[in-house]
Design a binder for this molecule. Structure first.
Ligand SMILES: O=C1O[C@H](COP(=O)(O)O)[C@@H](O)[C@H](O)[C@H]1O
Length: 224
């Protein structure tokens, strides 16, 4: 793991948007298409704002999808898709192909196979941006979640439904092997509590601190 500490969040968001943008540019130099996989939650909005305006990127050749989704309709304030549509898929970035991790079915189980089939042709992920909770979850790989062991297994499917006490609603999440297969991995965190949590992962198992499964190859970007 590489840890990059920034003096302030704005500088971090700008720097990270630059890095993601140049990694996508490089990927498109050698591949017809590139994939960008992003988190929801409260932290990444400013990076999305900065990326969305990058007109130098050929967004029409980029597929965007989430690390995980909350099983709520798109118009819910809890929807990660809503965040992506409002903050990332605007301006030049609106030309990207968005691959949803939600369908209007009662349970994630009802749509999982079809959603995974749409993601499969875009793997491995070229550029992966993840968040992390202070409980050391990443994507929707929560400590104590009902299907965590399955999602951490080397032969895990692309997507799994996930339910956890710490999650307010059922979730759908990319599995550990899919996240680990990414060609470039960034984790974006802010605040002292998450930095302390990151350091705490050292003495814990993957079940106790699921973010550990991606830390090996990741650059963690932190600002106060
Ligand atoms: O619920 C979620 O939480 C994590 C972390 O979110 P944050 O609000 O602490 O930044 C996020 O990475 C994940 O995509 C989201 O579904």
């Amino acid at each position: 793991m590489r840890l990059r500490e920034y003096p302030d969040a704005e500088m971090m968001m700008m720097d990270l948007a630059d890095q993601i943008s140049s990694e996508l540019t490089m990927a498109l130099e050698t591949h017809e298409r590139a994939s960008l996989c992003v988190p929801g939650g409260t932290t990444p909005g400013p990076v999305f704002d900065m990326l969305a305006g990058r007109s130098s990127l050929d967004w029409s050749r980029i597929a965007v999808f989430l690390n995980d989704e909350r099983w709520v309709p798109e118009d819910s304030p809890r929807s990660n898709t809503r965040l992506i549509r409002e903050r990332l898929l605007t301006g030049p970035a609106a030309a990207a192909t968005y691959l949803p991790l939600y369908a209007p079915e009662a349970r994630p189980e009802d749509a999982m196979e079809r959603l995974a089939e749409a993601i499969a042709p875009h793997l491995p992920i070229q550029v992966l941006l993840l968040g992390m909770g202070a409980d050391m979850h990443t994507a929707s790989l929560f400590p104590g979640a009902d299907r965590l062991a399955e999602a951490l297994a080397p032969d895990a499917p692309i997507l799994l439904p996930m339910r956890a006490e710490a999650a307010d609603e059922p979730r759908i999440t990319l599995s550990a092997p899919v996240l680990q297969g990414a060609l470039s991995t960034h984790i974006l965190i802010t605040g002292e509590a998450k930095l302390a949590a990151l350091h705490r992962t050292r003495g814990l198992s993957n079940e106790e601190a699921p973010v550990r499964v991606v830390l090996g190859e990741a650059t963690v970007h932190w600002a106060p």
